[in-house]
Design a protein around this ligand. Structure first.
Ligand SMILES: [Zn+2]
Length: 422
């Protein structure tokens, strides 16, 4: 045990009693600080222990500092993915849910966590395990304990929907199979479910405010019908907010989105059919939008997909693009999220889609740093490069303001003052 603690201390570069924490100086070619919409030249970032001590052109390098030369690179705060699933891996949903053990899925999630960290994501909000119970809490705790490597995590655990409002669908009434979320109905039912999830380690509550039901699909788009009532969502928000926990709502359509906004949720996820009124309502209530563009785009390069489904996905992604462009004309805050089903190391590609759809590159980067950090409620410690913040720092070669695709090639990753990739 002593050896393990000592190893952890050495690994983390933390000082032993009485010692001054080590100082690292990072020479930056250019710096994006996470909030200013311009790149700064020739900045030196000083890291002491796990915190940023200074960041500016005037910062002088102490004689005993270790120097990391990134003068050929653009340095940025560690990225934040506000909507991901370390427990989804791009295999058929029912195979994952019904044929893979919880243990296997947890091992798989540790690989996703490592891949996200290596792609520059130093913090994530994991929005449900899709039937893998409380596995995300175990992964989060194992990362925090130094057993495995990965981003710092906020976990939604199981998520909530109503009877008849979640996958898998279509089994005979007498066949009981597990669902991908926790099912809860009625004000008392949802209160109990939220209490259960919180007592098992949830940091955020995820709900489905609309979802597929058994029935016909609209030929041109993914469809969804409302789930929880206003009273149910209000009860969910009340239970969560009593302990300072926020609620995230999956939604496609404007009417259920407005129910969720009125009930006090913190963010709406996906929202590919949201209208301008809804975006303006979100802006006035401080509700964030996490569009997750690439989650739907990624299906388009699935060669094996049946043509009808492909047509539906094409219609949906076109409407998603229009919604994104509508939102850009309103003051709604857009927080970066990928909703990736596998290929977690490609998460940076979401930035490419945001820019392709019309968001200026540095605003997209702000969405993936300080704005997402605000949504997580962690803006006091992450999301920007400034004195006092945790030392979550990444770098890419080239200039992401001119070519956002450079963000898919993160070559330097520091989290909490520890270098994981260089
Ligand atoms: Zn999702």
């Amino acid at each position: 045990m002593v050896i393990r603690i000592l190893a952890a201390v050495l690994l983390m570069g933390l000082p032993l009693a009485g010692q001054k924490p080590p100082v690292t100086a990072i020479r930056c070619g250019q710096l994006f600080d996470g909030k200013t919409l311009s790149l700064k030249q020739n900045v030196i970032v000083l890291v002491e222990g796990n915190r940023i001590k200074d960041a500016g052109a005037s910062a002088s390098i102490p004689a005993d500092a270790k120097v990391i030369d990134l003068s050929d690179s653009t340095v940025l705060p560690g990225l934040v993915d506000a909507h991901t699933h370390t427990f989804l891996h791009g295999i058929d949903y029912e195979t994952a849910l019904l044929k893979k053990s919880l243990q296997y899925r947890a091992i798989w999630a540790t690989v996703a966590a490592r891949n996200m960290l290596m792609a520059g994501f130093t913090s994530i909000r994991d929005l449900e395990t899709e039937g893998a119970e409380y596995g995300d809490v175990a992964v989060r705790d194992a990362i925090n304990d130094g057993l495995i490597i990965g981003p710092r995590m906020q976990c939604a655990t199981r998520a909530l929907s109503i009877t008849g409002g979640y996958s898998p669908y279509g089994y005979a009434p007498h066949v009981q199979i597990p669902k991908g979320v926790q099912i809860a109905d009625g004000v008392d039912g949802v209160r109990k479910a939220v209490r259960e999830q919180l007592s098992n380690g949830a940091d955020v509550i995820k709900i489905y405010i609309d979802h597929r039901r058994r029935g016909a699909q609209d030929p041109d788009r993914l469809t969804a019908w409302p789930t929880f009532s206003f009273e149910e969502v209000k009860a969910i928000v009340e239970e969560a907010s009593q302990v300072g926990v926020k609620v995230a709502a999956h939604v496609y359509n404007s009417a259920p989105a407005q129910t969720a906004i009125r009930a006090g949720v913190a963010s709406l996820e996906h929202g590919m059919y949201l209208d301008e009124t809804t975006f303006r309502m979100m802006a006035s209530k401080g509700v964030y939008w996490v569009p997750t563009l690439m989650a739907y785009v990624q299906f388009m390069d699935d060669a094996g997909m049946d043509p009808k489904r492909k047509r539906i996905m094409a219609g949906t992604t076109a409407q998603h693009r229009e919604a994104f462009q509508r939102a850009l004309k309103t003051p709604v805050k857009i927080a970066f999220g990928t909703d990736l089903d596998g290929r977690h190391g490609n998460a940076g590609q979401e930035l490419v889609w945001m820019v392709r759809y019309g968001m200026p590159p540095l605003e997209a980067l702000r969405s993936a740093t300080s704005v997402a950090a605000e949504l997580l409620g962690w803006h006091d410690r992450i999301g920007t490069i400034e004195p006092g913040k945790l030392a979550d720092i990444i770098a890419v070669r080239g200039n992401p303001q001119q070519d956002i695709s450079t963000m898919t090639g993160v070559h330097f990753v520091m989290k909490d003052g520890i270098v994981y990739k260089h």
